[in-house]
Write a protein that binds this ligand. Structure first.
Ligand SMILES: C[S@@+](CC[C@H](N)C(=O)[O-])C[C@H]1O[C@@H](n2cnc3c(N)ncnc32)[C@H](O)[C@@H]1O
Length: 354
C-alpha cells in the first residue's frame, strides 16, 4: 500500500466510524422520541439522570447511558459541574417542535422503521420483488407525516399555489382540487383550510392513512367539503374535473407512475394545473454524490423503490431529476412542464398544464 493509499484508507475508516456512531445514535434517538425522554428533559431540565428517571419512570442506568450518547452527539446539552442534561432552543425545535420545518423526529422513526425491514429487503435483492408499504406497519405513515407536514403547512397554500396565479384565483373563488398519494392529509387538510370556498378530495391506496385522514376531517368539521378516498391515483375515474391536482413526494412510490400521470392529466379541467414535487436532485448520479444524495438513494432503496417493486411496479426510485420528470410529464400528455419559481432547499416543484 502506498502512503497515499494508506491515507485514503485511514480517511475512509474514519468516515465509516463517524457513520457507525451516527447510525447507533439515530437508533437511540428513536428510543428517546418513542419514550418521550427528550420531552421529559425539555419539561424538567436541567436534570440529572436520577431526576430524569423519577420524571419518566424509566430505568436510571439506561437513561444515564442514553443521555451520555445524546450529549456526545450534540442532541442534548450537558453541564459537567452538576451532571445535568438540558435541551437548548435549537434542540427543542429540531427534536420536539413538530410545527417547525426543522423538526427531525420523524426522520428517526422513518430510519428505524425501514431498518426493521432489512430481512425481506435482503430477500428482494436475491429474488426480486419488494417490501409492500403495508409491511412497514403504521409507523411508516406516521414518520412520513411527521417529516413533511410542517413544510406543507408553511409552504403549499401560501407560496406554492399562489405561484400559479390563475389557479390560485380559482381556489380563492371556489374551485375543486385533489391530492394523490395524500397520506393522512398532512398537506390537503391545511391547504383546504386556507381555501374555504373550494372543495378537496384526497386519494391514497393506504387504508390506514385514509382512515386517519377521514378521522381528522370529521374532528375538524371539514366534511363534506373535504373528503378522502382509498383510490389509486391511476384509478381516479373523472375527466375535466379538477382546477388543481397535487402530487407531493409520491409519484416515485407508485407502482404505475406513468398511468397515474395520465389519469391526473385527464382529470384536470382545461386551464387547471398539476403541482408535483420531488426531492431537489439532479438527474445525474455524479451530481448527487454526497450526504444529501446518500440519504435519498438509501431511502429509495429501503422504502420508495421497494414499495413500488413489491407490487410489480416500475420502481422509479426517489431520485427523479427535472429531465426525467419532464419526460414523464410529456409522455403522459401534458402540454407544458415548468419548474415552479419558488425557493425550497428540499423540494423541486413542477407545474404541469393540460
Ligand atoms: C412517501 S408517501 C408521501 C405522502 C405525502 N404525499 C407526503 O408527502 O407526506 C407516499 C404515499 O403515496 C401513496 N401511494 C402509493 N402508491 C399510490 C397510488 N398508486 N395511488 C395513490 N397513492 C399511492 C402511499 O400510500 C403513501 O401514502
Amino acid at each position: 500500500m502506498s502512503d497515499v493509499e494508506r491515507d485514503q484508507a485511514r480517511e475512509l475508516a474514519r468516515q465509516i466510524g463517524v457513520d457507525f456512531g451516527a447510525t447507533l445514535a439515530v437508533a437511540l434517538a428513536y428510543v428517546g422520541d418513542r419514550l418521550a425522554i427528550f420531552r421529559a428533559i425539555a419539561e424538567n431540565g436541567p436534570v440529572t439522570s436520577a431526576e430524569l428517571a423519577t420524571h419518566t419512570g424509566l430505568n436510571e442506568r439506561y437513561l444515564r447511558e442514553w443521555a451520555s450518547t445524546m450529549a456526545a452527539a450534540g442532541y442534548v446539552d450537558y453541564n459537567p459541574s452538576e451532571q445535568k442534561f438540558a435541551l437548548n432552543h435549537a434542540q427543542r425545535t429540531v427534536l420536539l417542535d413538530e410545527r417547525s420545518p426543522f423538526n427531525m423526529a420523524g426522520a428517526f422513526q422513518y430510519a428505524i422503521t425501514c431498518i426493521r425491514q432489512l430481512s425481506p429487503l435482503t430477500d428482494a435483492f436475491r429474488h426480486g420483488g419488494g417490501v409492500p408499504f403495508a409491511d412497514f406497519g403504521p409507523e411508516i405513515a406516521e414518520a412520513i407525516r411527521r417529516m413533511f407536514q410542517a413544510g406543507y403547512e408553511a409552504w403549499v397554500a401560501s407560496r406554492w399555489v399562489p405561484a400559479v396565479p390563475d389557479v390560485h384565483q380559482r381556489m380563492l373563488a371556489g374551485g375543486e382540487a385533489a391530492e394523490v398519494g395524500c397520506g393522512s392529509g398532512q398537506c390537503l387538510i391545511p391547504v383546504a383550510k386556507a381555501f374555504p370556498n373550494s372543495r378537496f378530495t384526497g386519494y391514497d391506496v393506504d387504508q390506514g392513512s385514509i382512515a386517519l385522514a377521514r378521522d381528522k376531517c370529521v374532528r375538524q368539521g371539514l366534511v363534506p367539503r373535504v373528503i378522502f378516498e382509498q383510490v389509486a391515483a391511476e384509478a381516479i375515474p373523472d375527466s375535466n374535473r379538477f382546477d388543481l391536482m397535487m402530487a407531493f413526494n409520491c409519484i416515485h412510490d407508485m407502482a404505475h407512475p406513468r398511468a397515474a400521470l395520465r389519469t391526473i392529466q385527464r382529470a384536470l379541467k382545461p386551464g387547471g394545473a398539476m403541482l408535483w414535487s420531488e426531492a431537489r436532485v439532479s438527474d445525474q448520479l455524479q451530481d448527487n454524490l454526497g450526504t444529501w444524495g446518500r440519504s435519498l438513494y438509501a431511502a429509495s432503496t429501503m422504502h420508495c423503490m421497494t414499495v413500488s417493486l413489491a407490487h410489480g411496479g416500475e420502481g422509479l426510485g426517489s431520485v427523479i431529476g427535472p429531465s426525467l420528470a419532464r419526460e414523464l410529464a410529456l409522455e403522459a400528455g401534458f402540454a407544458s412542464f415548468d419548474a415552479l419559481p419558488v425557493d425550497n432547499s428540499f423540494h423541486q416543484i413542477f407545474v404541469l398544464r393540460k
